[in-house]
Design a protein around this ligand. Structure first.
Ligand SMILES: *Cc1c(COP(=O)(O)O)cnc(C)c1O
Length: 351
C-alpha cells in the first residue's frame, strides 16, 4: 500500500483497521444516535479530547462534519456584521469567500506568506470576529502560540482559528482564542467526514446575543444538543468512535508536540541543505511544523512526485497556484518513524 504523506487526507493510524473491526463486531455502526450507547461514546470522546489536548475545562466541544462547515457556522452564529479574515494562503482566502456569501460585511486582511503577521488593531478592532488560519496548509506556514498570545492580549473581540492541519499534532494554547476547529483527516490520522469545534464561554455568550436559530447547525442548537452528548442530525458515529479509540491510546499533546517538532527539525535541516528541492517558505520562523512546502523547478517537482509514487510514497501536490512548482509533505503524528526515514532516503537522491 502507498504511504500517504499527503497533508490530508493522510496516513491513518494502523490501529484503525482493528478499531473498524471492533466497531462492526460491537454494532457501533447501527446504534441510534439518541441512545445511551452513543451518548457514552460521545461523552468519553469529549473527555479524552479535553484531557489529551489540554482543552480548558470551561471550553465546550461539539461534532460537525468538516472544517468548511465550521466556516459557515461561525459566519451564521457568531458574526453580527463583520468578520475580519486575516490570511496568507488559499484556505484562509476560501474561509473569507465562504463567510462573505453569508455575511457580506466580511473583510479580507491578506498578508505576505513569507513574512511574520503584523497585527493591526485599528483595522481589526472594527470586527465582531477575527478569523485566523493558524496553520495554512496550502503554503506551509503557521502562526505561533507566542503570536497568538500577543494578538489575544491586544484584542477584545472574539477570535476564531482554523487549526485543521495542526490540531492534534502540535500544542495549541486554546486560551488564546474563542473558537478552534479541525477536521480529523489531518493530524488525527482518521478518515474524513468529521470535524471538531471547540468554543469558549465568551463565544457561547456572543452566540446567545445574536440568537441565530435558522440552521440545523446553528451553534446554539449544537451546544444544546451537546448538553445531552448528542448532535442535531445523525452524526458520523463510526468516526466519533474511531476518534475515541485513537485518543485512548494517544499520549498527551505535550509529548506529541515534542515528537512532531523533533521530526520537523530533521525535515527542516534536510531541505535547508537541498539544492534542487528547497523550502518554499524562506523565513524559518513562520514555517509550519506539520506541513512542509518544498519548491523546485517544474520539471524536477513533476519527476520527483512521479518517482516517489513508483517507490510507494504519495507526496502532496502543490496547492492551487503552487501546484506545479511545489510539493507538500505532511509531518503528521500517524506517520511512522521508519516511513519517514525511507522517504528521506529516497528524497536524498533527488534534493
Ligand atoms: C483541509 C483544510 C480545510 C478543509 O477541511 P474540510 O474537512 O475538507 O472542510 C480547511 N482549512 C484548512 C487549513 C485545511 O487544511
Amino acid at each position: 500500500m502507498m504511504i500517504s504523506f499527503y497533508p490530508g487526507p493522510s496516513r491513518l493510524y494502523p490501529q484503525v483497521k482493528a478499531y473498524l473491526k471492533d466497531a462492526y463486531d460491537e454494532g457501533v455502526m447501527s446504534i441510534n444516535h439518541r441512545s445511551e450507547e452513543f451518548m457514552a461514546i460521545s461523552r468519553k470522546t469529549v473527555a479524552l479530547l479535553k484531557e489529551k489536548l489540554n482543552i480548558p475545562e470551561d471550553y465546550s466541544v461539539c461534532f460537525v462534519s468538516s472544517a468548511t462547515e465550521c466556516w459557515e457556522i461561525i459566519a451564521q452564529s457568531l458574526v453580527r456584521e463583520k468578520s475580519m479574515h486575516v490570511y496568507n494562503g488559499a484556505f484562509g482566502k476560501k474561509w473569507f469567500d465562504y463567510s462573505s456569501r453569508i455575511k457580506p460585511g466580511a473583510a479580507p486582511y491578506p498578508y505576505e506568506a513569507q513574512e511574520k503577521l503584523v497585527h493591526d488593531y485599528r483595522v481589526w478592532d472594527s470586527a465582531d470576529v477575527i478569523c485566523l488560519t493558524q496553520n495554512e496548509t496550502s503554503n506551509g506556514t503557521e502562526i505561533s502560540n507566542r503570536l497568538m498570545h500577543a494578538i489575544r492580549r491586544r484584542y477584545s473581540g472574539l477570535i476564531a482559528v482554523d487549526a485543521t492541519s495542526s490540531m492534534g499534532g502540535v500544542y495549541l494554547d486554546f486560551h488564546t482564542a474563542d473558537v478552534w476547529f479541525a477536521s480529523v483527516q489531518k493530524c488525527f490520522g482518521l478518515p474524513a467526514g468529521l470535524a471538531l469545534m471547540i468554543y469558549s464561554p465568551a463565544a457561547l455568550e456572543q452566540a446567545r446575543e445574536i440568537n441565530d436559530r435558522s440552521r440545523y447547525n446553528s451553534l446554539l442548537f449544537l451546544d444544546e444538543m451537546m448538553q445531552r452528548w448528542q448532535t442535531p442530525c445523525t452524526p458520523n458515529v463510526l468516526n466519533i468512535y474511531l476518534l475515541m479509540r485513537v485518543m485512548e491510546q494517544r499520549k498527551s499533546i505535550i509529548k506529541v508536540d515534542a515528537a512532531t517538532r523533533n521530526r520537523y527539525r530533521k525535515w527542516d535541516a534536510f531541505f535547508e541543505s537541498g539544492e534542487q528541492l528547497k523550502h518554499f517558505i524562506k523565513n524559518p520562523s513562520v514555517r509550519s511544523k506539520t506541513v512542509l512546502t518544498i519548491e523546485g523547478s517544474t520539471d524536477h517537482i513533476r519527476s520527483v512526485k512521479q518517482q516517489a509514487r513508483e517507490a510507494g510514497f504519495l507526496l502532496g501536490e502543490g496547492y492551487g497556484e503552487l501546484n506545479e512548482s511545489t510539493l507538500r509533505i505532511a509531518n503528521f503524528p500517524a506517520l511512522r518513524q521508519n516511513e519517514i526515514a525511507r522517504l528521506m532516503d529516497f528524497l536524498s537522491r533527488h534534493r
